[in-house]
Every structure is written in C-alpha cells, then in structure tokens.
Design a protein around this ligand. Sequence first.
Ligand code: SAM
Length: 214
Amino acid sequence: MSIPKNQPPKAGRRTSHYFDPTPAAASKPRSVFLHLPGLDLELQADRGVFGSRGIDIGTLSLLREAPAPPSAGDILDLGSGYGPIALALAKQAPEARVWAVDVNERALELTRVNARTAGTANVTACLPDEVPAGTRFAAIYSNPPVRVGKAPLHELLLRWLPRLEPGACAYLVVQRNLGSDSLAAWLATQGYEVKRIKSKKGYRILEVSPRTAS
Ligand SMILES: C[S@@+](CC[C@H](N)C(=O)[O-])C[C@H]1O[C@@H](n2cnc3c(N)ncnc32)[C@H](O)[C@@H]1O
C-alpha cells in the first residue's frame, strides 16, 4: 500500500512503517554497500528499517554534497536507520563522537553491529531520550523521517535544532516532492536561516542554522 505524500497513516489502519519502535516484519538481514570517495563499507540492513534494499539516493546525496563533518565534538545523525550517515561521519571524523539516534530498535541494533564491523568506536546508537540533555552538537546531519507527517516532523526538528552549538549547522536532505521547499519555508518562520546548497535528482540538501541578529 502506498502512503499518501507527507501524510501520517489514517487512524484505524495498521500498517508497518520504518519508524515503528519494534518492526512487525520478520527479520531478514541483508548486506548493502556504501561507496563514497575514500570509503567503502558493507553494512547490514534488514526488513522494517528504512533503506533495507540499498543505500537511499537522498542519503547518498547528503553524504556526497554536504560539507565534511567537524573533526571534533558531538555530531548528531538524526534518524540514523541502520547507520549509513553515522558511520560515514564517524569514519571521516574519528575524533568526534557521533550520536546515531532513532526510535526503531532494530535500526539501532543494526547501527551498533555495523559500527563494530566498521571498527568505529566513536558511534553511540541510542533512543532520543538517551542522549544527555546537556549535549550540544557541532553539526547535525539527517535524512529526516518526512513520512511521519508534517506536525511530528516539525516537532522533531524543533527538539534537536536548538541543540546546535553557536555557529553550527544542520544538513538535511529532503525530497522535493515530499515537501523540501515548504519545510525550508517553515524553518525560516521558526528563526532559522536555510540555504539550499544542492538540488539533485529530486532531492534538496538544506543547510540550516539559527538566524543571528545582524
Ligand atoms: C528517512 S529514514 C533515514 C535513515 C538513515 N539515516 C538512512 O539515511 O538510511 C529516517 C529515520 O528516522 C527515524 N525516526 C522516526 N521518528 C524519529 C524520531 N522521533 N526520532 C528519531 N528518529 C526517528 C526512522 O525510524 C528512520 O530510521
């Protein structure tokens, strides 16, 4: 069944989603491959987790087009799935601590397994509430869960974007036909400066930072 664009599921219907805390789909792990300049990783994916058939094109665009992560500090992968973004960041910035945050327990366990296999000791995969309240981020990278619906997505972004360190940016990849431009416009109404740093294959890469008084 297809889900209407950027809409939460209708009440009363029970379908499974990649953002379910405990996926209903029986586990069937498979390998997927992440190829970036200077980085080749084999990752374990699974049913009930986003991108289980292969690395998402939006995720690849984000990793290819967004600026490299800061070399140190705390970095957030918001909605980490099985960890392609978190692991790429952790490899690129081995001195940084990468927080891979998700609500899907299967995704978090896969991220832990993938981090061990990749030999990255600087990834912490955890539920949102497990990130210490005082942690501030030197950067946030995210292929956000647009399909949770507009209000939950806005709530999610307003939970984490205020935790950027002064001068830090978030990089979001959002499909144009899933509302990237309206999301950018909404972020601007919330006090954020939004730059479209790349538009490619139907995806926009947005750089988001708190607007500073000039
Ligand atoms: C579009 S997927 C991206 C997954 C992964 N980063 C990738 O690029 O393959 C978005 C992820 O956000 C997660 N998610 C949904 N709601 C969330 C929430 N409230 N807090 C954190 N993550 C959430 C979903 O479970 C899903 O894994």
